[in-house]
Design a protein around this ligand. Structure first.
Ligand code: GN1
Ligand code: MG
Length: 553
């Protein structure tokens, strides 16, 4: 029986020496300064091969990106066969492998093989892609070295958005089966979603103004441009922030994270009342919409608003079409995190009347929970999410017997929607197209969409602390259990505000602690956020300059 090519793996391992750093597999894989990640990439190349061997030679993906963070950062996450995040039990293997001494890498591989009953003789297929970051090419090189040292068959797709990589992984693994997801190429991706978008826009009643698309000076910019010829002419788009040659511009004062956190439009973005804007993040898996109201105020439509629109539409259309599955009416559900605006949760539960589940931050948690519904809609407030349609739902939508013309139109619309949406993972461009299609179908403007519910004022702050891992949470990250006593201090502040809500958790992608607050007015919300941030900084290990706006308590 074939066995681990120990010498080959060890030699290559010594060429990718581990720095004196502890690595953790966080919210979205390993994330760090790009120049510290060479050894991690090499080892993830090895691990991806093992994962493929474990799963009957299915194709495993790796995406090299640090999403909405600056160019100096980078990261890697592994993608399982249907485009979902790496199974969580394997995160432990990833962490173990990433942190072992260079000479121990072959023996750690052997221990994973034993623990997972992996036969080394099984073939392995791995694919990798990267965003536009400056450290990307070198890091992909290290990944390829790892995959090849372990004898895997590996394809480098070059520069891709994160969702394109997930799409290709799923398409490769379902090729030739009844669940075939599409042609496993970049063009296949554009064609599948583009064709569905052209079909669905035939239902449209609204003519939108030109949509201004902010590419965050990242990979979404050139890929959106490449997508345009496949989208027909029902909507006109104009692209901004497309400079991927000046690395300092990536996500800098632009992009979905900037807009969401700062609650303002990207800088250098031409907007007057009536203009519609859409921002992607640096790897194009998050999307945020916005417009300027007639009175000149800025209005954002985030992941919560997207979930509200999609959940209400899918529920209404399913009812209108009297859609029935063998199990009864389709179960439409929404999955959110603690960052969801309280007003959106109330709207979904009380007005749309769908169940809403709360899970910890990170798509891996949301995706998994959404799989429990016939239509599982999951969005993080930051605009990262998608919709999962069960096989039973898709089948029921295609049954057209005994329906009225109005019901047939609803069914056709739903069928197109299942193809416009990238179910493999949250996808900024596909989500944008789905939202435009739904608005056009309803004959709604962005303004009308924004009237679904009134957001509670909210704010996010970052606090730099000596050791963010000292912060431990429970209850879907909404309460701190450690440092002991910290939650009591937060509760005492929250109690002072009407509709007050605040929680603190360590980031899984940055070396900081995040503070979130909501309250009845903008002023109260800001005061609560700045006070809680002050409490964390002053009492629980704040480091560096103390931000002047943090309130002393
Ligand atoms: C509050 C927030 O937006 N957190 C983001 C951020 O995770 P943190 O663990 O909070 O750093 O990056 C993740 C990956 O992109 C994303 O899934 C998540 O929603
Ligand atoms: Mg992203």
């Amino acid at each position: 029986m074939a066995s681990i090519p120990t010498e080959q793996v060890k030699d290559a391992s010594l060429k990718h020496p581990k720095p004196n750093t502890t690595f953790t597999y966080g919210t979205a894989g390993f994330r760090l300064k790009g120049d510290l990640l060479d050894s991690v990439m090499y080892r993830m190349g090895l691990l991806a091969v093992l994962r493929s061997k474990k799963l009957n030679s299915k194709v495993i993906g790796a995406m090299v990106t640090a999403s909405h963070n600056p160019d100096q950062d980078n990261g890697v996450k592994l993608v399982d066969p249907l485009g979902e995040m790496l199974e969580q039990s394997w995160e432990l293997h990833a962490t173990h492998l990433a942190n072992s001494a260079d000479v121990d890498v072959p023996s750690v591989l052997a221990s994973i093989c034993t623990a997972e009953s992996i036969s080394w003789s099984a073939p392995a297929h791995v694919v990798v892609a990267r965003d536009t970051r400056s450290t990307g090419p070198k890091l992909v090189g290290a990944f390829l070295d790892g995959a090849r040292a372990a004898g895997g068959d590996v394809t480098d797709y070059g520069v891709f958005t994160t969702p394109q990589l997930h799409y290709v992984v799923r398409a490769l693994n379902t090729k030739g089966t009844p669940e075939a997801y599409g042609v496993p190429t970049e063009e296949g991706y554009y064609k599948k979603i583009g064709d569905a978008f052209k079909r669905i826009m035939k239902f449209g009643k609204t003519k939108f103004p030109t949509i201004h698309v902010d590419g965050a000076n990242g990979v979404g910019a050139p890929k959106f441009k490449a997508f345009l010829p496949y989208l027909g002419d029902s909507v006109s788009f104009s692209a901004f922030n497309e400079d991927i040659t000046d690395f300092s511009k990536l996500n800098n004062k632009c992009g979905a994270d900037f807009v969401k956190v700062q609650q303002k439009q990207p800088e250098n973005f031409p907007m007057t009342p009536g203009t519609y804007g859409v921002s992607l993040d640096g790897d194009a898996d998050r999307v945020i919409f916005y417009f300027v109201k007639k009175d000149g105020t800025f209005r954002m439509l985030d992941g919560d608003t997207i979930a509200a629109l999609l959940a209400s539409t899918v529920s209404q259309l399913s009812q209108l079409a009297s859609l029935t599955l063998p199990s009864g009416s389709p179960r439409v559900g929404v999955v959110q995190t603690a960052y969801a605006n309280g007003a959106s949760t109330r709207y979904l539960r009380e007005t749309v009347r769908v169940p809403v589940s709360m899970v910890p931050t990170g798509v891996k948690h949301l995706h998994h929970e959404a799989e429990g519904f016939d239509v599982g809609i999951y969005f993080e407030a930051n605009g990262h999410g998608t919709v999962l349609f069960s096989e039973g739902f898709v089948k029921a939508v295609k049954e057209r017997g005994g329906k009225t013309p109005e019901q047939l139109a609803a069914l056709e619309f739903l069928e197109c929607l299942t193809d416009v949406i990238n179910q493999a993972v949250g996808d900024a461009i596909s989500d944008m197209l789905a939202v435009l299609a739904v608005l056009a179908y309803k004959g709604w403007s962005f303004e009308q969409w924004g009237e679904l519910y009134t957001e509670v004022p909210n704010r996010q702050e970052k606090v730099k602390v000596a050791n963010r891992l000292a912060f431990k949470t429970t209850n879907a990250e909404q309460e701190l259990v450690e440092p002991v006593g910290s939650q009591d201090r937060i509760n005492a502040e929250v109690a002072k505000y009407k509709n007050g809500r605040s929680f603190v958790r360590p980031s899984g992608t940055e070396d900081i602690v995040r503070v979130y607050a909501e309250a009845d007015t903008r002023e109260n919300c800001d005061k609560l956020a700045y006070t809680v941030a002050g409490i964390i900084f002053d009492h629980y290990g704040g480091v560096g300059d103390r931000p002047a706006h943090f309130v002393k308590n």
